[in-house]
Design a protein around this ligand. Structure first.
Ligand SMILES: Nc1ncnc2c1ncn2[C@@H]1O[C@H](COP(=O)(O)OP(=O)(O)OP(=O)(O)O)[C@@H](O)[C@H]1O
Length: 258
C-alpha cells in the first residue's frame, strides 16, 4: 500500500504542546544551546510522521524528548495510549521514571542512528530478549527473532554471532529488528536505515509498512527522501529548533533534509 492510500486515524496518540529543550553548556561559560523551541503538534494513531530539517535543527532532540532520554525544559508531551487501552493520559515530559520505564516496556520503542553497544549476546538473542520479556518462550522468541533478521537480510551465519563484531549496516539491522520485535504501539526511529544498502533499506520499508497496516504509529527521522516518500503520511519540518510547518506527504517536495 502506498503512503497516500494510508487511512489516517482521527485518534491522537501523542500531543506535543509548547515543547522546548535547552542545554546548559557549562564548558562554554554557562551559555545555553537551544535544541527545541516551543514546538507543538500531534501524532495520529497509525500514522507515519517523518521529521525533517537541516543538521542541528532539533530532530534527534525531539525524538529523545519523546522517549524521555532528554528531560524537556518546558512543555508537555501527552501520551494518550493506543486505541482500546486509553486508560490514562501520561505527560511524558514530567512523569516519573517508573512510568517512563513501564511505557518503554509496554508501548514505546526507539532506535537511533548511533548503533547501540550490544554486549556479548548473539544477534538472535538480542532481538529475542524483548519478546521473552513479553512472555514468549525462548523457542518462540528466537523463532520470531530469526524471522525478523531474515526479513532484514542479516546473513544466517551471523544470527548466532556477537553483533559487536558486525559492520555498521549489520548492527543497524539487529537494532532495528530489536526495536520492531515487541510490536510497540509507538515506534521512534532516528535514522534507522542510514547504513543499509538500497535492497535492505527496501526490506526495512516493507516491514515498516506492515507495522503501519497493523496500527503501529511511527515518528521517524530519515535523511533519505525516497524512504520518506514511500512511507510517511505527514512531514514535520524543523528549523533552528522551531516548527516550520507540518505538511501532508502529497505536498512534500523533499526540499529540507539535514
Ligand atoms: N546533549 C546535548 N548537549 C548539548 N547540545 C545538544 C545536545 N543534543 C543536541 N544538542 C544541540 O541541540 C541542537 C539540535 O541538535 P539535534 O541533534 O537535535 O539536531 P538534528 O536535527 O538531529 O541534527 P543532525 O541532522 O545533524 O543529526 C544542536 O545545536 C545541538 O548541538
Amino acid at each position: 500500500m502506498h503512503a497516500d492510500a494510508h487511512q489516517l486515524s482521527h485518534m491522537t496518540v501523542i500531543t506535543v504542546d509548547g515543547l522546548s529543550k535547552t542545554f546548559d553548556m557549562h564548558v562554554l561559560g554557562d551559555t545555553q544551546v537551544t535544541g527545541l523551541s516551543d514546538v507543538s503538534f500531534d501524532v495520529r494513531e497509525g500514522e507515519f510522521l517523518a521529521v525533517v530539517g537541516e543538521s542541528g535543527s532539533g530532530k534527534s532532540s525531539l525524538l529523545k524528548c519523546l522517549y524521555r532520554t532528554y528531560d524537556p525544559t518546558e512543555g508537555r508531551i501527552v501520551y494518550h495510549g493506543a486505541d482500546g487501552e486509553r486508560r490514562e493520559a501520561v505527560d511524558l515530559a514530567s512523569c516519573d521514571d517508573r512510568t517512563v520505564i513501564r511505557l518503554r516496556d509496554e508501548a514505546i520503542g526507539y532506535t537511533s542512528q548511533f548503533l547501540d553497544e550490544i554486549p556479548r549476546v548473539p544477534a538472535v538473542d538480542v532481538v529475542a530478549r524483548p519478546l521473552r520479556e513479553q512472555g514468549l518462550s525462548t523457542d518462540e522468541a528466537r523463532e520470531q527473532a530469526r524471522d525478523l533478521l531474515e526479513r532484514l537480510h542479516l546473513p544466517e551465519e551471523l544470527w548466532e554471532a556477537y553483533p559487536a563484531t558486525f559492520s555498521g549496516g549489520e548492527r543497524q539491522r539487529v537494532n532495528l529488528a530489536q526495536a520492531l520485535a515487541p510490536k510497540p504501539d509507538l515506534l521512534l526511529l532516528d535514522e534507522p536505515t542510514s547504513a543499509l544498502d538500497p535492497e535492505t533499506r527496501q526490506a526495512a520499508i516493507d516491514l515498516l509498512r506492515e507495522y503501519l497496516d497493523d496500527g503501529t504509529t511511527v515518528v521517524g527521522v530519515f535523511h533519505n527522501t525516497a524512504v520518506i516518500e514511500a512511507v510517511a503520511d505527514r512531514v514535520v519540518v524543523l528549523g533552528n529548533g522551531a516548527l516550520q510547518g507540518i505538511v501532508p506527504i502529497e505536498a512534500y517536495e523533499g526540499a529540507v533534509v539535514g
